[in-house]
Design a protein around this ligand. Sequence first.
Ligand code: ACM
Ligand code: ZN
Length: 566
Amino acid sequence: MKSIQLIVIASVIAIASACKDNSESVSIIPEPDSISIGKDCFKVAGAPSIVGENIPASAVEAIKDFSNHLQTVTGKPIRKNAPAFSYKLDEKLAPEAYTIEISKKGAIISAADLNGFLYAIQSLKQMLPTAVYGNTASKENWILPAVRIQDGPRFAYRGLMLDSSRHFIPAEEVYKIIDLMLVHKMNRLHWHLTDDQGWRIESKKYPRLTEIGAWRNGTEIQRRKVADGIRYGGFYTQDQLRAIVKYAAARGITIVPEIDIPGHTTAAVASYPELGCSGKQVEVRQLWGISEDVLCPGKESTFEFLEGILTELMDIFPSEYIHIGGDECPKQSWENCPRCQARIRQLGLRDKDGFSAEHYLQNYVTARVQKILNDHGRKIIGWDEILEGELAKGATVMSWRGTKGGIEAIGKGFDVIMSPNTYCYINYFQTKERDKEPRRNGRYLPVEQVYGYEPSDGIPENGMEHILGVQCNLWGEFLPNTTHLEYQLLPRMSAFSEVAWCRKDNKDYGRFLTSLEHMTGIYKALDFVYCRYLWGYVGLPGHELPARSKEELDTLDYHKVPYMEY
Ligand code: ACM
Ligand code: ZN
Protein backbone atom coordinates (compact mmCIF):
# COMPACT_ATOMS: atom_id res chain seq x y z
CA MET A 1 0.00 0.00 0.00
CA LYS A 2 2.73 2.39 1.04
CA SER A 3 4.69 1.89 -2.15
CA ILE A 4 1.59 2.47 -4.30
CA GLN A 5 1.00 5.79 -2.52
CA LEU A 6 4.60 6.73 -3.17
CA ILE A 7 4.24 5.96 -6.86
CA VAL A 8 1.10 8.10 -7.07
CA ILE A 9 2.84 11.04 -5.36
CA ALA A 10 5.87 10.65 -7.61
CA SER A 11 3.80 10.73 -10.77
CA VAL A 12 1.84 13.79 -9.57
CA ILE A 13 5.16 15.58 -9.05
CA ALA A 14 6.30 14.47 -12.49
CA ILE A 15 3.14 15.88 -14.07
CA ALA A 16 3.27 19.13 -12.07
CA SER A 17 6.85 19.70 -13.16
CA ALA A 18 6.32 18.52 -16.75
CA CYS A 19 6.23 22.10 -18.00
CA LYS A 20 9.61 22.88 -16.49
CA ASP A 21 11.72 20.06 -17.82
CA ASN A 22 10.48 18.88 -21.16
CA SER A 23 13.56 16.98 -22.20
CA GLU A 24 12.06 13.63 -21.23
CA SER A 25 8.68 14.26 -22.82
CA VAL A 26 9.99 14.35 -26.37
CA SER A 27 10.74 11.02 -28.00
CA ILE A 28 9.73 10.94 -31.60
CA ILE A 29 10.41 8.08 -34.03
CA PRO A 30 11.73 8.73 -36.60
CA GLU A 31 13.90 11.33 -34.87
CA PRO A 32 13.25 14.82 -36.29
CA ASP A 33 15.99 16.60 -38.19
CA SER A 34 16.36 19.31 -35.58
CA ILE A 35 14.63 19.87 -32.31
CA SER A 36 15.15 22.38 -29.52
CA ILE A 37 13.29 22.09 -26.28
CA GLY A 38 12.16 24.99 -24.10
CA LYS A 39 10.59 25.24 -20.66
CA ASP A 40 6.98 26.22 -21.22
CA CYS A 41 4.10 24.14 -22.36
CA PHE A 42 0.89 24.45 -24.31
CA LYS A 43 -2.30 23.11 -22.75
CA VAL A 44 -4.09 21.53 -25.65
CA ALA A 45 -7.47 20.61 -24.12
CA GLY A 46 -10.03 22.94 -25.73
CA ALA A 47 -7.47 24.47 -28.14
CA PRO A 48 -9.04 25.64 -31.41
CA SER A 49 -7.36 25.05 -34.79
CA ILE A 50 -6.84 27.98 -37.11
CA VAL A 51 -6.39 26.85 -40.70
CA GLY A 52 -4.42 29.26 -42.90
CA GLU A 53 -5.16 30.11 -46.51
CA ASN A 54 -4.55 27.85 -49.48
CA ILE A 55 -3.79 24.74 -47.47
CA PRO A 56 -4.69 21.75 -49.70
CA ALA A 57 -8.18 20.36 -49.02
CA SER A 58 -6.79 16.92 -48.13
CA ALA A 59 -4.58 18.51 -45.45
CA VAL A 60 -7.51 20.57 -44.12
CA GLU A 61 -9.40 17.28 -43.69
CA ALA A 62 -6.50 15.81 -41.73
CA ILE A 63 -6.25 18.94 -39.55
CA LYS A 64 -10.00 18.84 -38.81
CA ASP A 65 -9.82 15.14 -37.97
CA PHE A 66 -6.99 15.81 -35.52
CA SER A 67 -8.85 18.72 -33.94
CA ASN A 68 -12.02 16.64 -33.51
CA HIS A 69 -9.98 13.74 -32.19
CA LEU A 70 -8.36 15.93 -29.55
CA GLN A 71 -11.79 16.98 -28.33
CA THR A 72 -12.70 13.29 -28.02
CA VAL A 73 -9.61 12.16 -26.13
CA THR A 74 -9.32 15.20 -23.86
CA GLY A 75 -13.08 15.22 -23.28
CA LYS A 76 -13.00 19.01 -23.67
CA PRO A 77 -14.87 21.00 -26.33
CA ILE A 78 -13.08 23.82 -28.11
CA ARG A 79 -12.90 27.12 -26.23
CA LYS A 80 -12.70 30.34 -28.20
CA ASN A 81 -9.72 32.56 -27.34
CA ALA A 82 -7.79 29.63 -25.84
CA PRO A 83 -4.20 29.10 -27.06
CA ALA A 84 -4.56 27.60 -30.53
CA PHE A 85 -3.01 25.38 -33.15
CA SER A 86 -2.26 27.60 -36.18
CA TYR A 87 -1.64 25.82 -39.46
CA LYS A 88 0.13 27.72 -42.24
CA LEU A 89 1.07 26.93 -45.81
CA ASP A 90 4.76 27.59 -46.40
CA GLU A 91 5.60 26.81 -50.00
CA LYS A 92 9.29 27.37 -49.35
CA LEU A 93 9.42 24.16 -47.36
CA ALA A 94 10.51 21.00 -49.19
CA PRO A 95 8.00 18.26 -50.06
CA GLU A 96 6.93 16.38 -46.90
CA ALA A 97 8.86 18.75 -44.62
CA TYR A 98 7.28 20.67 -41.75
CA THR A 99 8.08 22.97 -38.87
CA ILE A 100 6.47 23.17 -35.44
CA GLU A 101 6.88 25.98 -32.95
CA ILE A 102 5.22 25.53 -29.59
CA SER A 103 4.97 28.03 -26.74
CA LYS A 104 2.39 28.54 -24.03
CA LYS A 105 0.51 30.68 -26.57
CA GLY A 106 -0.07 27.68 -28.80
CA ALA A 107 1.50 25.85 -31.73
CA ILE A 108 2.39 27.13 -35.18
CA ILE A 109 2.61 24.37 -37.75
CA SER A 110 3.89 25.00 -41.27
CA ALA A 111 4.20 22.72 -44.29
CA ALA A 112 3.96 22.86 -48.07
CA ASP A 113 1.85 19.78 -48.78
CA LEU A 114 -0.44 17.11 -47.36
CA ASN A 115 2.38 14.89 -46.12
CA GLY A 116 4.12 17.80 -44.37
CA PHE A 117 0.96 18.55 -42.37
CA LEU A 118 0.30 14.85 -41.71
CA TYR A 119 3.82 14.38 -40.36
CA ALA A 120 3.62 17.50 -38.19
CA ILE A 121 0.46 16.04 -36.66
CA GLN A 122 2.25 12.71 -36.11
CA SER A 123 5.05 14.46 -34.25
CA LEU A 124 2.51 16.37 -32.15
CA LYS A 125 0.76 13.10 -31.31
CA GLN A 126 4.02 11.43 -30.28
CA MET A 127 4.62 14.30 -27.82
CA LEU A 128 1.19 13.80 -26.22
CA PRO A 129 0.17 10.97 -23.85
CA THR A 130 -0.33 7.68 -25.71
CA ALA A 131 -4.05 7.93 -24.85
CA VAL A 132 -4.16 10.21 -27.91
CA TYR A 133 -4.12 6.98 -29.97
CA GLY A 134 -7.35 5.86 -28.31
CA ASN A 135 -10.91 6.87 -29.04
CA THR A 136 -12.29 7.74 -25.65
CA ALA A 137 -11.96 10.65 -23.22
CA SER A 138 -9.07 10.12 -20.87
CA LYS A 139 -7.80 12.07 -17.87
CA GLU A 140 -4.19 12.82 -18.81
CA ASN A 141 -1.83 15.72 -18.60
CA TRP A 142 -2.81 17.06 -22.03
CA ILE A 143 0.14 19.33 -22.67
CA LEU A 144 2.64 19.79 -25.45
CA PRO A 145 6.16 20.82 -24.53
CA ALA A 146 7.58 24.09 -25.85
CA VAL A 147 9.69 22.89 -28.78
CA ARG A 148 10.90 24.05 -32.13
CA ILE A 149 11.10 21.31 -34.70
CA GLN A 150 12.38 21.48 -38.25
CA ASP A 151 11.97 18.24 -40.01
CA GLY A 152 11.92 16.55 -43.38
CA PRO A 153 12.82 13.17 -44.86
CA ARG A 154 16.17 11.98 -46.14
CA PHE A 155 14.55 9.79 -48.82
CA ALA A 156 11.43 10.42 -50.91
CA TYR A 157 10.52 6.70 -51.09
CA ARG A 158 10.10 5.11 -47.65
CA GLY A 159 8.56 1.74 -48.19
CA LEU A 160 7.20 -1.37 -46.56
CA MET A 161 6.42 -4.49 -48.59
CA LEU A 162 3.58 -6.78 -47.54
CA ASP A 163 3.10 -10.24 -49.07
CA SER A 164 -0.59 -11.13 -49.24
CA SER A 165 0.02 -14.09 -51.56
CA ARG A 166 1.74 -16.61 -49.30
CA HIS A 167 -0.75 -15.86 -46.55
CA PHE A 168 -3.77 -13.71 -47.11
CA ILE A 169 -3.71 -10.56 -44.98
CA PRO A 170 -7.25 -9.52 -44.02
CA ALA A 171 -8.24 -6.04 -45.20
CA GLU A 172 -8.69 -4.84 -41.59
CA GLU A 173 -5.05 -5.69 -40.89
CA VAL A 174 -3.92 -3.78 -43.98
CA TYR A 175 -5.78 -0.69 -42.69
CA LYS A 176 -4.14 -1.12 -39.31
CA ILE A 177 -0.68 -1.31 -40.87
CA ILE A 178 -1.36 1.78 -42.98
CA ASP A 179 -2.11 3.66 -39.74
CA LEU A 180 1.17 2.37 -38.30
CA MET A 181 3.09 3.42 -41.41
CA LEU A 182 1.73 6.95 -41.02
CA VAL A 183 2.92 7.01 -37.38
CA HIS A 184 6.40 6.24 -38.79
CA LYS A 185 6.17 8.74 -41.69
CA MET A 186 6.49 5.95 -44.25
CA ASN A 187 4.88 6.67 -47.59
CA ARG A 188 4.97 3.65 -49.91
CA LEU A 189 3.16 0.37 -49.37
CA HIS A 190 4.57 -2.10 -51.89
CA TRP A 191 1.89 -4.75 -52.04
CA HIS A 192 2.95 -8.19 -53.30
CA LEU A 193 -0.45 -9.40 -54.48
CA THR A 194 0.32 -12.36 -56.71
CA ASP A 195 2.67 -15.32 -56.53
CA ASP A 196 2.81 -19.09 -57.03
CA GLN A 197 0.81 -19.71 -53.85
CA GLY A 198 -2.13 -17.41 -54.53
CA TRP A 199 -3.59 -14.66 -56.72
CA ARG A 200 -5.27 -12.01 -54.55
CA ILE A 201 -6.71 -9.37 -56.93
CA GLU A 202 -10.25 -9.69 -58.28
CA SER A 203 -10.24 -9.44 -62.07
CA LYS A 204 -13.42 -8.79 -64.02
CA LYS A 205 -11.74 -9.84 -67.24
CA TYR A 206 -10.07 -12.99 -65.92
CA PRO A 207 -12.41 -14.30 -63.19
CA ARG A 208 -10.64 -17.67 -62.87
CA LEU A 209 -7.68 -15.85 -61.32
CA THR A 210 -9.66 -15.71 -58.10
CA GLU A 211 -12.09 -18.62 -58.67
CA ILE A 212 -9.08 -20.92 -58.99
CA GLY A 213 -5.90 -18.93 -58.44
CA ALA A 214 -6.84 -17.54 -55.02
CA TRP A 215 -7.13 -21.00 -53.41
CA ARG A 216 -4.68 -23.78 -52.71
CA ASN A 217 -5.27 -27.27 -51.40
CA GLY A 218 -2.67 -27.12 -48.69
CA THR A 219 0.18 -25.14 -47.20
CA GLU A 220 3.74 -26.26 -46.61
CA ILE A 221 4.39 -26.96 -42.97
CA GLN A 222 7.49 -25.13 -41.83
CA ARG A 223 10.14 -25.97 -44.45
CA ARG A 224 9.42 -29.66 -44.51
CA LYS A 225 8.37 -30.00 -48.16
CA VAL A 226 5.04 -31.46 -47.10
CA ALA A 227 1.72 -29.63 -47.04
CA ASP A 228 -1.03 -29.77 -44.44
CA GLY A 229 -3.84 -30.66 -46.87
CA ILE A 230 -6.06 -27.82 -45.64
CA ARG A 231 -7.68 -25.65 -48.33
CA TYR A 232 -6.58 -22.06 -47.92
CA GLY A 233 -7.03 -18.75 -49.72
CA GLY A 234 -8.77 -15.44 -50.18
CA PHE A 235 -8.68 -12.34 -52.35
CA TYR A 236 -9.54 -8.65 -52.29
CA THR A 237 -12.44 -7.39 -54.38
CA GLN A 238 -11.79 -4.40 -56.61
CA ASP A 239 -14.05 -2.33 -54.34
CA GLN A 240 -11.99 -3.33 -51.31
CA LEU A 241 -8.76 -2.46 -53.10
CA ARG A 242 -10.07 0.94 -54.21
CA ALA A 243 -11.19 1.71 -50.65
CA ILE A 244 -7.74 0.79 -49.29
CA VAL A 245 -6.01 2.92 -51.95
CA LYS A 246 -8.17 5.90 -50.94
CA TYR A 247 -7.61 5.37 -47.22
CA ALA A 248 -3.85 5.16 -47.77
CA ALA A 249 -3.78 8.28 -49.97
CA ALA A 250 -5.46 10.33 -47.24
CA ARG A 251 -2.57 9.22 -45.01
CA GLY A 252 0.10 10.24 -47.51
CA ILE A 253 0.75 6.66 -48.61
CA THR A 254 0.90 5.48 -52.20
CA ILE A 255 0.21 1.81 -52.76
CA VAL A 256 2.62 0.32 -55.29
CA PRO A 257 0.99 -2.93 -56.43
CA GLU A 258 3.11 -5.82 -57.64
CA ILE A 259 2.13 -8.44 -60.16
CA ASP A 260 5.17 -10.70 -60.20
CA ILE A 261 6.06 -11.74 -63.80
CA PRO A 262 7.19 -13.82 -65.64
CA GLY A 263 8.17 -16.13 -62.73
CA HIS A 264 6.22 -16.62 -59.50
CA THR A 265 3.10 -17.02 -61.64
CA THR A 266 1.89 -20.56 -60.89
CA ALA A 267 -1.43 -19.30 -59.47
CA ALA A 268 -2.11 -17.54 -62.81
CA VAL A 269 -1.04 -20.59 -64.82
CA ALA A 270 -3.27 -22.82 -62.65
CA SER A 271 -6.18 -20.50 -63.49
CA TYR A 272 -5.42 -20.30 -67.23
CA PRO A 273 -3.12 -23.22 -68.20
CA GLU A 274 -2.60 -21.76 -71.69
CA LEU A 275 -0.43 -19.07 -70.04
CA GLY A 276 2.27 -21.68 -69.40
CA CYS A 277 4.60 -23.25 -71.95
CA SER A 278 3.13 -26.79 -71.80
CA GLY A 279 -0.53 -25.76 -71.50
CA LYS A 280 -0.91 -28.51 -68.86
CA GLN A 281 -3.18 -28.01 -65.87
CA VAL A 282 -1.11 -27.27 -62.77
CA GLU A 283 -2.17 -26.61 -59.17
CA VAL A 284 -1.79 -23.45 -57.14
CA ARG A 285 1.47 -24.16 -55.35
CA GLN A 286 1.38 -25.50 -51.81
CA LEU A 287 5.12 -25.53 -51.12
CA TRP A 288 7.37 -22.49 -50.69
CA GLY A 289 10.39 -21.92 -52.92
CA ILE A 290 10.58 -21.37 -56.64
CA SER A 291 8.27 -22.91 -59.24
CA GLU A 292 9.12 -23.81 -62.82
CA ASP A 293 5.54 -23.15 -63.95
CA VAL A 294 6.08 -19.66 -65.36
CA LEU A 295 4.48 -17.59 -68.13
CA CYS A 296 5.23 -18.50 -71.74
CA PRO A 297 6.57 -15.50 -73.66
CA GLY A 298 6.52 -17.52 -76.88
CA LYS A 299 2.78 -16.97 -77.20
CA GLU A 300 1.31 -13.62 -78.19
CA SER A 301 -1.76 -14.44 -76.08
CA THR A 302 0.40 -14.20 -72.94
CA PHE A 303 1.04 -10.52 -73.71
CA GLU A 304 -2.67 -9.96 -74.40
CA PHE A 305 -3.34 -11.36 -70.93
CA LEU A 306 -0.66 -9.12 -69.41
CA GLU A 307 -2.07 -6.04 -71.12
CA GLY A 308 -5.59 -6.94 -69.91
CA ILE A 309 -4.63 -7.56 -66.30
CA LEU A 310 -2.26 -4.58 -66.07
CA THR A 311 -4.96 -2.30 -67.51
CA GLU A 312 -7.32 -3.44 -64.75
CA LEU A 313 -4.57 -2.97 -62.19
CA MET A 314 -3.81 0.58 -63.34
CA ASP A 315 -7.49 1.42 -63.08
CA ILE A 316 -7.47 0.44 -59.39
CA PHE A 317 -4.03 1.76 -58.40
CA PRO A 318 -3.14 5.33 -59.48
CA SER A 319 0.53 4.88 -58.45
CA GLU A 320 3.08 6.27 -60.90
CA TYR A 321 5.13 3.11 -60.28
CA ILE A 322 3.88 -0.42 -60.84
CA HIS A 323 6.08 -3.28 -59.59
CA ILE A 324 6.43 -6.07 -62.14
CA GLY A 325 8.47 -8.49 -60.02
CA GLY A 326 10.98 -10.15 -62.34
CA ASP A 327 12.75 -12.17 -59.63
CA GLU A 328 13.62 -15.85 -59.56
CA CYS A 329 12.31 -16.93 -62.95
CA PRO A 330 13.63 -20.41 -63.82
CA LYS A 331 14.24 -20.81 -67.53
CA GLN A 332 13.80 -24.60 -67.95
CA SER A 333 10.31 -24.43 -69.45
CA TRP A 334 11.46 -21.81 -71.98
CA GLU A 335 14.43 -23.97 -72.96
CA ASN A 336 12.06 -26.84 -73.73
CA CYS A 337 9.27 -24.83 -75.35
CA PRO A 338 9.12 -24.71 -79.18
CA ARG A 339 7.25 -21.39 -79.08
CA CYS A 340 9.76 -19.75 -76.73
CA GLN A 341 12.62 -21.06 -78.85
CA ALA A 342 10.90 -19.72 -82.00
CA ARG A 343 10.58 -16.32 -80.29
CA ILE A 344 14.28 -16.43 -79.41
CA ARG A 345 15.18 -17.13 -83.05
CA GLN A 346 12.77 -14.49 -84.34
CA LEU A 347 14.34 -11.88 -82.02
CA GLY A 348 17.86 -13.04 -82.87
CA LEU A 349 18.67 -13.65 -79.18
CA ARG A 350 21.74 -15.66 -78.24
CA ASP A 351 23.93 -16.41 -75.27
CA LYS A 352 26.05 -13.32 -74.58
CA ASP A 353 28.16 -11.77 -71.80
CA GLY A 354 27.53 -14.68 -69.44
CA PHE A 355 23.75 -14.62 -69.88
CA SER A 356 21.73 -17.17 -71.81
CA ALA A 357 19.39 -16.39 -74.69
CA GLU A 358 16.56 -17.16 -72.22
CA HIS A 359 17.78 -14.35 -69.95
CA TYR A 360 17.47 -12.00 -72.91
CA LEU A 361 13.99 -13.43 -73.47
CA GLN A 362 13.14 -12.26 -69.95
CA ASN A 363 14.47 -8.81 -70.92
CA TYR A 364 12.06 -8.93 -73.85
CA VAL A 365 9.13 -9.65 -71.47
CA THR A 366 10.23 -6.79 -69.20
CA ALA A 367 10.49 -4.37 -72.12
CA ARG A 368 7.04 -5.27 -73.47
CA VAL A 369 5.44 -4.89 -70.06
CA GLN A 370 7.32 -1.63 -69.58
CA LYS A 371 5.85 -0.35 -72.84
CA ILE A 372 2.30 -1.28 -71.79
CA LEU A 373 2.76 0.68 -68.57
CA ASN A 374 4.66 3.60 -70.13
CA ASP A 375 1.87 4.00 -72.70
CA HIS A 376 -0.41 4.75 -69.74
CA GLY A 377 2.04 7.18 -68.16
CA ARG A 378 3.31 4.66 -65.59
CA LYS A 379 6.81 3.44 -64.76
CA ILE A 380 8.13 0.03 -63.79
CA ILE A 381 9.99 -1.15 -60.74
CA GLY A 382 11.47 -4.66 -60.80
CA TRP A 383 13.58 -6.84 -58.50
CA ASP A 384 17.28 -6.68 -59.34
CA GLU A 385 17.12 -9.73 -61.66
CA ILE A 386 15.65 -7.41 -64.31
CA LEU A 387 19.19 -6.05 -64.72
CA GLU A 388 20.55 -9.39 -65.94
CA GLY A 389 21.18 -9.06 -69.67
CA GLU A 390 19.82 -5.78 -70.97
CA LEU A 391 17.36 -3.45 -69.27
CA ALA A 392 15.54 -0.67 -71.12
CA LYS A 393 15.93 2.92 -69.90
CA GLY A 394 13.41 4.30 -67.44
CA ALA A 395 13.12 1.17 -65.26
CA THR A 396 13.75 1.39 -61.53
CA VAL A 397 15.63 -1.46 -59.87
CA MET A 398 14.82 -2.77 -56.40
CA SER A 399 18.04 -4.16 -54.97
CA TRP A 400 17.26 -7.18 -52.80
CA ARG A 401 20.17 -9.63 -53.19
CA GLY A 402 22.34 -7.47 -50.97
CA THR A 403 23.39 -4.08 -52.31
CA LYS A 404 25.28 -5.22 -55.41
CA GLY A 405 22.28 -5.05 -57.76
CA GLY A 406 21.63 -1.48 -56.67
CA ILE A 407 25.26 -0.49 -57.09
CA GLU A 408 25.40 -2.04 -60.56
CA ALA A 409 22.11 -0.38 -61.57
CA ILE A 410 23.35 3.03 -60.42
CA GLY A 411 26.52 2.47 -62.45
CA LYS A 412 24.32 1.96 -65.50
CA GLY A 413 22.30 5.10 -64.79
CA PHE A 414 19.12 3.51 -63.38
CA ASP A 415 17.17 4.74 -60.39
CA VAL A 416 17.09 2.29 -57.51
CA ILE A 417 15.27 1.47 -54.33
CA MET A 418 17.54 -0.19 -51.83
CA SER A 419 16.06 -3.17 -50.04
CA PRO A 420 19.02 -5.47 -49.33
CA ASN A 421 17.94 -8.68 -47.61
CA THR A 422 20.88 -8.40 -45.24
CA TYR A 423 19.26 -5.39 -43.52
CA CYS A 424 15.72 -5.09 -44.81
CA TYR A 425 14.14 -8.60 -44.80
CA ILE A 426 12.21 -8.30 -41.59
CA ASN A 427 10.73 -11.77 -42.02
CA TYR A 428 14.06 -13.23 -40.84
CA PHE A 429 14.55 -14.38 -37.24
CA GLN A 430 15.15 -11.50 -34.86
CA THR A 431 16.73 -13.46 -32.03
CA LYS A 432 19.20 -16.31 -31.82
CA GLU A 433 16.80 -18.33 -29.69
CA ARG A 434 15.09 -19.87 -32.68
CA ASP A 435 13.41 -22.63 -30.75
CA LYS A 436 11.42 -20.01 -28.86
CA GLU A 437 10.53 -17.84 -31.83
CA PRO A 438 7.77 -18.50 -34.33
CA ARG A 439 9.10 -20.55 -37.25
CA ARG A 440 10.34 -18.58 -40.23
CA ASN A 441 12.99 -17.99 -42.84
CA GLY A 442 16.35 -18.99 -41.50
CA ARG A 443 18.49 -15.89 -41.40
CA TYR A 444 19.15 -13.65 -38.41
CA LEU A 445 18.35 -9.94 -38.53
CA PRO A 446 18.12 -8.21 -35.16
CA VAL A 447 16.74 -4.69 -34.68
CA GLU A 448 20.22 -3.23 -34.30
CA GLN A 449 21.28 -4.50 -37.70
CA VAL A 450 18.18 -3.06 -39.37
CA TYR A 451 18.88 0.23 -37.63
CA GLY A 452 22.51 0.11 -38.73
CA TYR A 453 21.78 0.03 -42.46
CA GLU A 454 23.46 2.98 -44.16
CA PRO A 455 22.17 3.26 -47.73
CA SER A 456 25.17 5.28 -48.92
CA ASP A 457 27.65 2.49 -48.04
CA GLY A 458 29.33 1.24 -51.19
CA ILE A 459 27.54 3.75 -53.41
CA PRO A 460 29.87 5.61 -55.77
CA GLU A 461 30.18 9.39 -55.61
CA ASN A 462 27.21 11.13 -57.25
CA GLY A 463 25.35 7.84 -57.08
CA MET A 464 23.06 8.87 -54.23
CA GLU A 465 20.91 10.95 -56.55
CA HIS A 466 19.78 7.66 -58.13
CA ILE A 467 18.59 6.24 -54.82
CA LEU A 468 14.89 7.07 -54.66
CA GLY A 469 14.68 5.49 -51.28
CA VAL A 470 14.63 2.37 -49.18
CA GLN A 471 12.19 -0.37 -48.30
CA CYS A 472 11.80 -3.12 -45.71
CA ASN A 473 10.13 -6.34 -46.79
CA LEU A 474 7.90 -8.72 -44.89
CA TRP A 475 7.60 -11.95 -46.87
CA GLY A 476 4.64 -14.03 -45.78
CA GLU A 477 5.55 -17.73 -46.01
CA PHE A 478 5.78 -18.07 -42.24
CA LEU A 479 3.13 -15.55 -41.27
CA PRO A 480 -0.06 -17.63 -41.11
CA ASN A 481 -1.86 -15.04 -39.00
CA THR A 482 -1.71 -11.38 -38.06
CA THR A 483 -0.13 -12.11 -34.66
CA HIS A 484 2.94 -13.56 -36.38
CA LEU A 485 2.94 -10.76 -38.90
CA GLU A 486 2.99 -8.04 -36.25
CA TYR A 487 5.61 -9.89 -34.20
CA GLN A 488 7.94 -9.82 -37.19
CA LEU A 489 7.11 -6.23 -38.12
CA LEU A 490 7.78 -4.66 -34.75
CA PRO A 491 9.96 -3.18 -33.51
CA ARG A 492 12.03 -3.59 -36.68
CA MET A 493 9.81 -1.31 -38.77
CA SER A 494 10.35 1.43 -36.18
CA ALA A 495 14.12 1.01 -36.57
CA PHE A 496 13.78 1.00 -40.32
CA SER A 497 11.77 4.23 -40.31
CA GLU A 498 14.89 6.04 -39.07
CA VAL A 499 16.95 4.52 -41.91
CA ALA A 500 14.42 5.98 -44.33
CA TRP A 501 13.85 9.32 -42.66
CA CYS A 502 16.93 10.45 -40.71
CA ARG A 503 20.09 12.05 -41.96
CA LYS A 504 23.09 9.76 -41.48
CA ASP A 505 24.53 11.86 -38.64
CA ASN A 506 21.16 12.12 -36.90
CA LYS A 507 20.94 8.41 -36.18
CA ASP A 508 21.92 7.05 -32.78
CA TYR A 509 20.94 3.54 -31.70
CA GLY A 510 21.11 4.40 -27.98
CA ARG A 511 18.77 7.35 -28.41
CA PHE A 512 16.51 5.23 -30.63
CA LEU A 513 16.20 2.59 -27.90
CA THR A 514 15.19 5.29 -25.40
CA SER A 515 12.54 6.63 -27.79
CA LEU A 516 11.35 3.08 -28.41
CA GLU A 517 10.02 2.90 -24.83
CA HIS A 518 7.41 5.51 -25.71
CA MET A 519 6.78 3.85 -29.08
CA THR A 520 5.88 0.56 -27.38
CA GLY A 521 3.08 2.48 -25.63
CA ILE A 522 1.86 3.45 -29.10
CA TYR A 523 2.04 -0.18 -30.28
CA LYS A 524 -0.14 -1.16 -27.35
CA ALA A 525 -2.57 1.71 -27.87
CA LEU A 526 -2.93 0.68 -31.53
CA ASP A 527 -3.33 -2.97 -30.49
CA PHE A 528 -0.15 -4.31 -32.10
CA VAL A 529 1.79 -7.33 -30.94
CA TYR A 530 5.55 -6.81 -31.01
CA CYS A 531 8.68 -8.79 -30.39
CA ARG A 532 9.95 -8.00 -26.90
CA TYR A 533 13.39 -9.55 -26.97
CA LEU A 534 14.98 -6.14 -26.39
CA TRP A 535 13.18 -6.29 -23.06
CA GLY A 536 14.46 -9.75 -22.25
CA TYR A 537 11.55 -11.84 -23.49
CA VAL A 538 11.62 -14.14 -26.50
CA GLY A 539 8.45 -15.44 -28.14
CA LEU A 540 4.92 -14.15 -28.17
CA PRO A 541 3.24 -12.91 -25.02
CA GLY A 542 0.79 -15.53 -23.82
CA HIS A 543 2.26 -18.15 -26.14
CA GLU A 544 5.32 -19.42 -24.38
CA LEU A 545 6.84 -22.24 -26.36
CA PRO A 546 8.53 -25.23 -24.82
CA ALA A 547 12.21 -25.45 -25.66
CA ARG A 548 12.64 -28.15 -28.30
CA SER A 549 15.65 -29.83 -29.81
CA LYS A 550 16.23 -29.68 -33.54
CA GLU A 551 15.29 -33.36 -33.81
CA GLU A 552 11.99 -32.71 -32.07
CA LEU A 553 11.24 -29.72 -34.28
CA ASP A 554 11.95 -31.77 -37.40
CA THR A 555 9.62 -34.56 -36.40
CA LEU A 556 6.74 -32.66 -34.78
CA ASP A 557 3.21 -33.33 -35.94
CA TYR A 558 2.34 -29.77 -36.81
CA HIS A 559 -1.38 -30.45 -36.81
CA LYS A 560 -1.19 -31.08 -33.09
CA VAL A 561 0.99 -28.24 -31.81
CA PRO A 562 -0.26 -24.75 -30.93
CA TYR A 563 -0.59 -22.40 -33.85
CA MET A 564 2.45 -20.45 -32.71
CA GLU A 565 4.67 -23.29 -33.84
CA TYR A 566 3.15 -23.58 -37.26
C1 ACM B 1 12.76 -11.84 -53.48
O1 ACM B 1 13.03 -11.90 -52.26
N1 ACM B 1 12.60 -12.95 -54.19
C2 ACM B 1 12.61 -10.57 -54.16
ZN1 ZN C 1 7.03 -21.08 -73.83
